[in-house]
Write a protein that binds this ligand. Structure first.
Ligand SMILES: Cc1ncc(COP(=O)(O)O)c(C=O)c1O
Length: 450
């Protein structure tokens, strides 16, 4: 608990803000009650109640950064669907493509002419020559793990403690006091995930060497910056060491860029010259309409070709009917052509810098033992004075009651940041005024908390 923010002040704010929330949102409350008759936990996806508000806000409309809820309250959205809407809700170019696509058919089980263009754009942007489409980033990660296992003949994977890569069973293993164990919250998992997964801390090069040296790990699946447990940056030299050790041990390196795509048009890997064997891009790649892609190097492609030449006929376990559809390709083409350029990213990064600086100033003003980090257009403040170096440290500094108090405070004043931690994204529709609104909201919030 930060020294100058007491449990009592956090609790008082949360209690008051929850009452305010109830009063502001009678229609959302009614909708929540009606929905709970038909939906598990009252929502179409069970985690939607995990925002922690007394009931979820029901969103009537989302456009650019503007959200309007069922009660007519307006919000500036910095959560942006936790990256799905990283370029804003319903960006105009995408809406145009969608209107055209509605006349041309959605899914045919065959490629459309956009396939060649999208493949080229992905290769040019992200530096890997071969690509495949899935419906979600979770699917993309699962598919990549299968290919890696198939071509290496190795069963295990390695992830970093505190990671999140979507609904990918093998990644839900974490470290506690040096011992790894499957996440007890995982629903209905019958396998002993310890047998499939090794976990080490991010930035721990000796542990990585130790884990990979037996040569039985198919791949390392990593985010270049950990973004799902607050934000944990790589130490200087960590990615170089990761690349060297994986290459020396015949382990494939997969970068999950689903969130770090906020770094620039080639993702974090492009911005920092990483050289992964495979890469996953999800969420915003089709502007928030379900689509994801994974790419791989020529060397991996060659091994896949050799593997396929000897594979038995039958189901592969990779791929779903609606993946690679005409609709996905049309939308991805628009997103790649419009937004995955240096020119499109430059103003986002500039504005995100202003947000980072504004939050840093507020932290200093109140002497709050917090810090702020930024990866391109993505900014996160964490309620600890020092940057955690790994998932274990990060999990210990996450303070759910403070986060909840801040989120409620901001929501009631028309600002949305990402639930579960304190992430904020800047998109093309975000203005300086929006950024100042958020900084001012945090300033007032801290004035009350400290
Ligand atoms: C790094 C990363 N990879 C993959 C995913 C999974 O994305 P989806 O839920 O769209 O499958 C997420 C989701 O938050 C993520 O943060």
């Amino acid at each position: 608990m930060p020294s100058r923010i007491t449990d009592a002040s956090v609790e008082a704010m949360l209690t008051r803000e929850k009452a305010h929330f109830l009063q502001r949102n009678p229609k959302s409350r009614t909708l929540a009650e009606e929905s709970s008759r038909y939906w598990l936990r009252g929502v179409p996806m069970h985690w939607m109640v995990d925002w922690g508000t007394p009931f979820p806000l029901f969103v009537q409309r989302a456009s650019g950064v503007d959200l309007t809820d069922a009660d007519g309250n307006s919000y500036v959205d910095f959560c942006l669907g936790d990256t799905g809407a990283m370029f804003g809700h319903s960006p105009p170019e995408l809406a145009r493509t969608l209107r055209q696509a509605s006349e041309d058919g959605f899914t045919t089980m065959l490629p459309s002419p956009d396939a060649a263009i999208v493949g080229r754009l992905l290769a040019e942007c992200f530096g890997l020559p071969f690509w495949q489409v899935t419906a979600t980033a979770s699917d993309a990660n699962r598919s990549v793990l299968r290919w890696c296992r198939a071509i290496t003949g190795r069963k295990k994977i390695l992830v970093f403690n505190g990671c999140y890569h979507g609904a990918v069973d093998e990644t839900f293993v974490s470290l506690e006091n040096g011992a790894q164990h499957p996440d007890p919250a995982l629903i209905g998992e019958p396998r002993d995930l310890n047998e499939l997964t090794r976990v080490v801390e991010f930035n721990d090069i000796p542990a990585l060497e130790d884990a990979l040296s037996p040569g039985d790990i198919a791949c390392v699946l990593a985010e270049p910056v950990m973004t799902n447990i607050g934000m944990v940056l790589p130490d200087a030299g960590f990615h170089e060491a990761l690349r060297e050790i994986t290459q020396a041990t015949g382990t494939l390196l997969v970068m999950d860029e689903t969130h770090c795509m906020s770094s620039g048009p080639g993702g974090y890997s492009g911005a920092h010259g990483l050289n992964p064997d495979a890469m996953v891009l999800g969420k915003p790649i089709a502007g928030g309409v379900p689509a994801a892609v994974y790419g791989f190097s020529e060397a991996v492609a060659e091994r896949i070709r050799s593997y396929l030449a000897t594979r038995a006929p039958g189901h592969s376990g990779i791929g779903t009917t609606l993946s690679g559809s005409k609709l996905q390709l049309a939308l991805m083409r628009t997103m790649l052509e419009t937004y995955f350029t240096r020119e499109a990213f430059a103003p986002l990064i500039e504005l995100a810098r202003r947000l980072e600086k504004g939050i840093a100033d507020v932290i200093i003003k109140y002497g709050a033992p917090w810090h702020v980090v930024r990866v391109g257009a993505r900014v996160e403040f964490m309620c600890s004075p020092n940057r955690p170096r790994n998932g274990g440290e990060a999990s210990r500094v996450i303070h759910r009651p403070i986060d909840m108090a801040i989120h409620h405070y901001l929501l009631n004043r028309g600002v949305v940041i990402t639930p579960f931690h304190n992430m904020m994204l800047v998109c093309p529709a975000t203005t300086k005024a929006h950024v100042e609104t958020l900084i001012e909201g945090l300033d007032h919030c801290l004035a009350e908390l400290v």
